[in-house]
Ligand binder design. Sequence first.
Ligand SMILES: NC(=O)C1=CN([C@@H]2O[C@H](COP(=O)(O)OP(=O)(O)OC[C@H]3O[C@@H](n4cnc5c(N)ncnc54)[C@H](O)[C@@H]3O)[C@@H](O)[C@H]2O)C=CC1
Ligand SMILES: O=C(O)CCC(=O)C(=O)O
Length: 448
Amino acid sequence: MTVTASFQNPAVGELFECVKARDPAQPEFLQAVEEVFETLEPVFDKRPELIPVMARLVEPERMIQFRVAWVDDAGKQHVNRGYRIQFSTAIGPYKGGLRFHPTVTLSVIKFLGFEQIFKNSLTTLPMGGGKGGCDFDPKGKSDGEVMRFCQAFMTELQRHIGADTDVPAGDIGVGGREVGFMFGQYKRIRNEFVGILTGKGLSFGGSLIRPEATGYGLVYFVQNMLEDKSDSLQGKRVAVSGSGNVAIYTVEKLLELGATVLTVSDSTGYVYFEDGLTKELLEAVNDHKVIKRGRLSDFKSGKFVAGKRPWEVPTKFDIALPCATQNEVEKADADLLVKAGVKLVAEGANMPSTSEAIALYHKNGIEFGPAKAANAGGVAVSGLEMAQNSARLSWSREEVDDKLKGIMKAIFDASKSAAKEYSTHLQAGANIAGFLKVADAMLAHGVF
Ligand SMILES: NC(=O)C1=CN([C@@H]2O[C@H](COP(=O)(O)OP(=O)(O)OC[C@H]3O[C@@H](n4cnc5c(N)ncnc54)[C@H](O)[C@@H]3O)[C@@H](O)[C@H]2O)C=CC1
Ligand SMILES: O=C(O)CCC(=O)C(=O)O
């Protein structure tokens, strides 16, 4: 990924050059910063006093990097590198997921942590921004190996987090199993039963709807985008990427609302369901991918296309929802979306569209729901889990789902209203609305 920023406002350009000079070898982080700086230019033109605020915000408050040593089932020792980037406490304790994947680097965790600041601000809840992870690959590991790895990871992380300090959760490679192991280790070391992680099991402080929240929230966001144009999901043809937590619950909600879902994918390729996924087929994908931790190349239904992304699926469709990973929609993919007749793209994954792809969406009049707004439902329900833990009570499924719907609408309205005020698009509106709240808090707190 090359960073090719060009800014109208020289002071913003200068700040970007400083960020680039400080971390020239962090392409994902620079990509995320470039996107935010470009869309905030109209704000900086109007309120230049916010440029020094951004100069502080773009530097994490604290970065923790640590060794994670563990022993596999054969008795062999392994060493991985763990991270927790505590980016901003302007509006609340650090909050954001943990990613366990071999591609994890400091740059990846920094881009995710930076984006989390604005996303969390949009949720309306008091959460700062953070992210963490490790270059550990859970694929092919036994439950015992994953448990020992998680225990080793938490043995170090526990000294840096706390219910009012920093509350991690899941992301790629971290689901209920991993959160459970890490929660158990924290409790063992600290002798405290507190909500230091979200996405916990229901029997030990988890919230109903947290597993579903990112996918459901994405679909609620899309509903808001469509309703704004007097349209609905009924009968829409949708291509979805991914087949993990976010993708599965996205598909579930799409089916419930009458859409036809054509694809799911993983790193081996995609599966095309010509007549659309059914509830039974979704159940089978979930069983194969999430429960049995298999690969789609071994999935028995639909048409598997090896080594390709779902954006090339040979049919017309209306909506694309990338729900797998960063930069999974590049310029050539966006070209395919335009040719397929796509009218709306909304991001379930974090930064799945490259800047060239986003430029093509705008050029071709494709409605674009950016990740920081569209996938904020997951962290929003994490915020609700924290509230339930603090109050030592549990809300019903309906209560949490209603709150999630309300939050996704509030995010859409705030993004749209900022877009209107600054005569720009929803992507910029989301960044502006998220940033202004954080910036005002930082101004109030004084320089640090
Ligand atoms: N879990 C959550 O609550 C949230 C997750 N996200 C984002 O959603 C995306 C997916 O996360 P989860 O579903 O939680 O993770 P997961 O681990 O449950 O699933 C990840 C999915 O992405 C696929 N994938 C990974 N690398 C890929 C690649 N290079 N090419 C194609 N497919 C690939 C995997 O096969 C899997 O289907 C990530 O970008 C994550 O940061 C965003 C907000 C909240
Ligand atoms: O629920 C959380 O705290 C984290 C969610 C997350 O990592 C994300 O929004 O990307």
